[in-house]
Design a protein around this ligand. Structure first.
Ligand code: HEM
Length: 125
């Protein structure tokens, strides 16, 4: 059985999540679907927001909540066209990032399930 999201921080730590998010964002600027959705100068901040959100969501410190408040992810994604194609590309880049990390099969499976489900929940077009 896959690990619960809340246990991922204990398993991989802050460094594990930071590496994952870095590997994801490294692919964003040159991606023809996702790249244009982000402001280039703000990419480091975008990376930090996703990293801090995941640290919180995976059972670590709640810096994201302190700085940004309630995540309200559907509302925060409302300005962007998140259709099936954008959702699939986002998931594809994240699966690629997971594969590049050195996680156990249990943790990789839990991450995969969490990201697929959350990305589907964010579809708004
Ligand atoms: C489904 C495809 C997705 C697309 C196209 C997408 C796109 C974006 C874009 C363009 C931003 C604005 C950049 C920024 O200010 O950070 C953003 C922000 C964010 N996204 Fe996504 N995203 C997707 C899925 C996800 C998923 C699955 C998660 C969580 C697991 C997530 C978490 C976040 C967070 C935490 C922020 C920052 C919110 C804030 O505090 O302002 N996104 N996303």
């Amino acid at each position: 059985m896959a690990a619960a999201p809340e246990t991922i921080y204990d398993a991989v730590g802050e460094v594990g999540i930071a590496c994952l998010v870095q590997a994801f964002y490294a692919q964003v600027p040159t991606d023809e679907i996702l790249g244009p959705m982000y402001v280039p100068a703000e990419l480091p901040e975008s990376e930090r927001r996703l990293r801090d959100f995941l640290i919180y969501r995976f059972g670590g410190p709640d810096r994201y909540i302190v700085e940004r408040g309630n995540p309200r992810l559907r509302i925060r994604h409302a300005p962007f066209v998140v259709d099936q194609i954008a959702r699939n590309r986002w998931v594809q880049l994240m699966l690629h990032a997971i594969q590049s990390a050195d996680f156990t099969p249990e943790i990789s499976g839990a991450l995969e399930a969490f990201f697929k489900e959350t990305a589907t929940f964010l579809i708004n077009h």
